[in-house]
Design a binder for this molecule. Structure first.
Ligand code: CMX
Length: 491
């Protein structure tokens, strides 16, 4: 077991290379992302309404205060020069087909290529693993470093990551009524519903809502969004711990450790921090599930609700409600149910014939194979591969991992023959459950909560920029079938 104090937990080699990376990235073709050299810190001008006093020193906020004015100018110029340029067209099928592929959203943190997979601020999953600071003796990116990257487009230094760990730990205290709210939930209420309730209840202390109603300048909205976002990211950990410990253990939640990183603290509130390998898994998990561009249900919902100037708490609660759907984040729970049932049925017989027969039975019943397919991806999800690499290193002989591995060979073939899905390959949800099971986190109804914690990082990073760039309320146009028919006739 490794219990390291915060000043020591950073991987010095990676931290040292982060500056070099920032300058090498500068030369790459970046569509929207700029990676400016860090300027000397300037004191951040904070708006000072009566209710607003932050005791939290925040290097990330200072850095944002430097980046935002430049970005605002850049976007203003870009829009002035190209505001009327056409980026695509919309077909009738797209209107009836869930708006697939319609270029309609701004999302700064990540961009998804159908074949290559996700790039977080232009870094692939593998590059993030190589370049973002990790824990001492660890290999996986610290979620703090992923958040810094998503927000700023820069690889943070070890000190910057350490400051973020300390800031999140310092903000983690829950209001008593939120603890009571969770404690009073019936144990039949799904953990995602409990999570959403608790996050909604944090609205009580939203500085964004208070600032809005006190009439602060629009130019300062981002600062209050930032404060709420940081509180939310910090408090979602003890909330998750409380839900987990109430539902599946003794109801006792370990306190947040102020000198430990985010992944450690999450493992600790769940009761698993004595296994360093599991802590590393959580760091990987929290980093790679954080963002998957803006069109997926959870990301888009958070962004949409935030556009009405609902606070980060209300926006994220809405986002989590979307994540809780079985076609989206709940798929990781569904995958494990599916695997366990399959294992029960096939036993140790992982032959092509037996697995294919089982899969065809599901498909012939009109059911889906959870964990396979994607609305955008057309190849194996690199987030799946990162988890597979982790399994190959740490649990290569685990029977459930072996089943997942065999399905990776068999399912694409079957789905291709089935001929419906546009992408027969596994997505991120296909792998996470077996890893969590292996380390003893066996309650699959809780899995989407972990996804939700991670997704909060991506949604909050974007929400800060939404307010920094002054994006307006979202309002795409809809039509009835009758009107569409008329328009088509006319066309
Ligand atoms: N098993 C069986 N059929 C599938 C399938 C799968 N894994 N994936 C897609 N299909 C079917 C669809 O249901 C659809 O059938 P109909 O024409 O009868 O409606 C057809 O193939 C075409 O779908 P698609 O265009 O390939 O996929 P969509 O963009 O409509 O949906 C997704 C994408 C992820 C919802 C779908 O692939 C699916 O349901 N997968 C299983 C659930 C899952 O793993 N979700 C998690 C995705 C990642 C995440 O968001 O967390």
């Amino acid at each position: 077991m490794l219990l390291l104090s915060l000043p020591r937990f950073m991987n010095a080699t990676k931290a040292a290379s982060s500056r070099r990376l920032a300058s090498s990235l500068k030369s790459q073709r970046l569509l929207f992302t700029r990676l400016p050299q860090k300027a000397t810190a300037v004191p951040l001008k904070q708006p000072t309404p009566a209710f607003y006093s932050t005791a939290h020193a925040s290097p990330l906020k200072e850095r944002l205060a430097q980046l935002i004015p430049k970005r605002r100018e850049e976007v203003k110029k870009f829009r002035a020069e190209h505001g009327s340029d056409v980026l695509g067209e919309v077909t009738l099928n797209q209107i009836y087909g869930g708006a697939r592929g319609v270029p309609a959203l701004l999302w700064e943190g990540s961009v998804l290529d159908p074949n290559e997979g996700i790039r977080f601020r232009n870094l692939t999953v593998k590059e993030c693993q190589e370049k973002l600071p990790s824990a001492t003796h660890g290999k996986q990116p610290l979620p703090e470093s992923m958040f810094w990257l998503l927000v700023t487009g820069e690889v943070p230094t070890a000190n910057e990551v350490q400051a973020l760990s300390a800031e999140w730990a310092a903000r983690a205290q829950l209001p008593k009524f939120v603890e009571d709210l969770i404690d009073n939930c019936p144990n039949t209420l799904h953990p995602m519903a409990q999570l959403s309730l608790a996050i909604t209840a944090l609205e009580n202390d939203s500085v964004f809502s208070k600032a809005y109603h006190s009439g602060v300048s629009k130019a300062d909205y981002w600062q209050f969004t930032y404060e709420d976002s940081m509180d939310l990211i910090a408090k979602i950990v003890p909330i998750a711990g409380r839900i987990y410990r109430n539902l599946y253990r003794d109801g006792v939640v370990a306190p947040i450790q102020p000198d430990k990183d985010y992944g450690y603290n999450l493992a600790n509130v769940l009761g698993f921090s004595n296994n360093e390998e599991f802590v590393e898994l959580l760091r990987l998990y929290l980093s790679i599930h954080s963002d998957h561009e803006g069109g997926n249900v959870s990301a888009h919902t958070g962004h949409l609700v935030g556009s009405a100037l609902s606070s980060p708490f209300l926006s994220m609660a809405a986002s989590l409600n979307g994540l809780a759907g079985p076609l989206h984040g709940l798929a990781n729970q569904e995958v494990l149910d599916f695997l366990l049932k399959m294992k029960e049925s096939v036993g140790d017989d992982y032959s092509d014939e037996t697995l294919e027969k089982y899969l065809w039975n599901i498909l012939d019943n009109g059911q889906i194979v959870p964990g396979y397919g994607h609305a955008v991806l057309r190849k194996t999800d690199p987030r799946y591969l990162a988890q597979r690499d982790f399994a190959l290193e740490h649990l290569p002989e685990d029977p459930m991992f072996k089943l997942v591995s065999r399905l990776y060979e068999v399912v694409p073939r079957v789905l291709t023959k089935h001929g419906k899905t546009k992408n027969p390959f596994p997505n991120v949800d296909s792998h996470s459950g077996v890893l969590l099971q292996y380390y003893g986190l066996k309650e699959q109804t809780f899995y989407t909560v972990l996804f939700g914690i991670s997704r909060t990082l991506g949604v909050m990073a974007q929400l800060i920029w939404d307010r920094a760039l002054g994006l307006p309320i979202e309002r795409p146009k809809s039509f009835s079938t009758e009107v569409l028919k008329k328009r088509i006739e006319k066309a």
